[in-house]
Design a binder for this molecule. Structure first.
Ligand code: ADP
Ligand code: TRP
Length: 495
């Protein structure tokens, strides 16, 4: 098998690497990935199934699992079962050592594979692993690509408590916030994970210095979250400044953070890149990651659900926790950044270039009036090489199809549009019109609820106050512990 694969790869002229493996390496995928010092998302697993139409090979990422209902629907079959050892042998395969190419049976690829650049897999030989690029594999194999897996939830099951903040800095939520942060946060809450979500008003001071504007932004954020379905009885939702321990912990943690690390943070570097001189950057912005580390560590969460742009800040919090723990013992658990896999971790903006962000004005908002949303969608970048509706277009990475994937629950319509787009049988306008309609359908209830809430500022305040009461209990305990280990014995630590 290994020689056959090598020949196929050589004939196709693609780059690949055969990696010698130790003899005593267990056969399971996690052990292999441990050996490669890489994560499960870069593992490719190929499974052989038996169907009423014969055998098939299905390749998926190591952090996903095949959803048999999805796969059966995709293939238009009724019966699906994993091939037995005997059946695999009859196909010349060894269980546990199935390579991703060189098969004589039809091969299916899960589309989540396209979100990674490279992968590791077997070669059919126990002592050799294979590393190559996904693009290259697609050049060698004639595989059919489809959507038939779901992410393996095992990793999130270990998560018991999560926390995340959102800076109330301007207009309301956009599709990037929704897909990258809000939706995953709500999903965790749904699963019963203890959740702390807060409006980071102290963080907003880095940009807003107008009292009325700040208040408006805060209240808007509450309306957005409640309208989208946050149940304040289930999740603890509060305002950062209502829990003074955030500020208190930031002051202590600052002593465990080297200047160099803070100096490398991107929020600060982005400002420099925009031409603001170092001399003029406010210290609030420079200290931003320290306050964020305090926000996180105060609640000792296992996970922090955020978008890709916040990864560096969560890493900073982890570093800070390690450094504090080194001096004072295991006070802070090291939290994981919980970042979506694939395109939703960093939803592209309507400029087709940068991540969707309110400060860049390349957004599709959720709660704006219909005309504004229509304008945002109609003005979105699509495939720049497509001049006429009859030109075949590119779907992958195309903002309007990414937005369809986020908002359009009519998956058949999305697949049909994608197919026709690739074939040059649909115009941009129709795709955008359908996107607008899907957006209106998806958020109809939330938009209606938000309108109803809009004048009920008292309700928003009440929700925040009740949330703060609950959050304070946890925050106070941590702060007491921190003061005690660093040696500040005052009224708080004696309480
Ligand atoms: P913005 O960049 O628009 O100001 P925020 O910084 O307020 O957004 O982000 C709030 C949350 O939404 C954060 O967890 C952030 O990582 C996430 N987020 C923001 N933009 C995107 C995007 N384009 N794709 C995915 N997640 C995003
Ligand atoms: N920096 C985050 C943003 O701009 C908001 C934030 C503040 C946050 N504190 C946090 C996120 C703590 C997660 C955890 O979106």
């Amino acid at each position: 098998m290994k020689d056959k694969i090598e020949k196929l790869l050589k004939d196709a002229g693609v780059a690949y690497e055969f990696i010698p493996l130790p003899e005593d390496l267990p056969m399971d995928v996690p052990s292999h990935m441990n050996f490669y010092k890489d994560t499960l998302e870069h593992a490719l697993a190929t499974m052989i199934y038996k169907t009423e139409k014969g055998f098939i090979a299905v390749s998926r990422r190591g952090d996903t699992k095949v959803n048999s209902k999805k796969l059966r629907k995709f293939l238009g079959i009724k019966r699906l079962s994993l091939a037995t050892e005997e059946e695999m042998k009859s196909l010349g395969l060894t269980p546990g050592l199935v390579p991703p190419l060189g098969h004589s049976i039809p091969l299916y690829f899960d589309q989540k594979l396209k979100d990674i650049d490279y992968f590791f897999d077997g070669t059919g030989h126990k002592l050799f692993g294979l590393k190559m690029r996904v693009d290259d594999l697609l050049k060698v194999d004639k595989a059919t690509i489809g959507d038939f897996t779901i992410y393996d939830e095992l990793s999130t099951l270990k998560i018991k408590r999560v926390l995340s903040g959102i800076t109330p800095s301007g207009s309301t939520l956009h599709l990037g916030n929704y897909a990258g942060a809000v939706k995953p946060q709500f999903d965790l809450l749904e699963k019963g994970v203890e959740s702390y979500y807060f409006v980071a008003d102290l963080h907003a001071l880095t940009t807003i210095q107008d009292k009325d504007q700040l208040e408006k932004c805060i209240i808007n954020n509450v309306f957005d979250y409640i309208a989208l379905g946050l149940d304040p009885e289930k999740g603890i939702y509060f305002r950062q400044s209502d829990v003074s321990e955030h500020s208190m912990l930031a002051i202590v943690l600052a002593n465990y953070v080297p200047f160099g690390l803070t100096n490398r943070m991107h929020a600060f570097k982005d400002k420099l890149a925009k031409g603001v001189s170092k001399e003029n950057i406010n210290m609030g912005l420079f200290n931003y990651p320290i306050l964020m580390a305090a926000d996180i560590l105060l609640y000792k969460p296992d996970g922090v659900p955020v978008g890709e742009d916040q990864r560096q800040h969560v890493e900073f919090a982890r570093e800070t926790a390690r450094s504090f723990n080194k001096a004072h013992g295991a006070i802070f658990p090291i939290p994981e950044a919980l970042i979506q896999k694939g395109y939703t971790s960093k939803v592209i903006g309507t400029d087709g270039e940068r991540k969707m962000s309110k400060s860049l004005g390349n957004v599709v908002n959720i709660f704006d009036d219909e005309e504004t949303i229509r304008r945002q969608i109609m003005g979105s970048y699509t495939d720049p090489n497509r001049k006429h509706p009859t030109d075949p277009g590119r779907v992958e990475g195309n903002p309007i199809f990414i937005y369809h994937d986020i908002v359009n629950d009519n998956k058949e319509e999305v697949e049909d549009l994608k197919k026709r787009y690739r074939e040059g049988k649909v115009g941009d306008v129709e795709v955008k019109e359908k996107l607008f309609a899907a957006h209106m359908r998806k958020f109809a209830e939330a938009r209606k609820k938000r309108k109803e809430l809009e004048n009920n500022i008292d309700l928003a305040r009440e929700i925040l106050e009740k949330g703060a009461e609950k959050a304070r209990k946890v925050a106070r305990e941590t702060m007491k512990e921190v003061y005690e280990v660093v040696g500040i014995t005052n009224k708080l630590s004696r309480q």
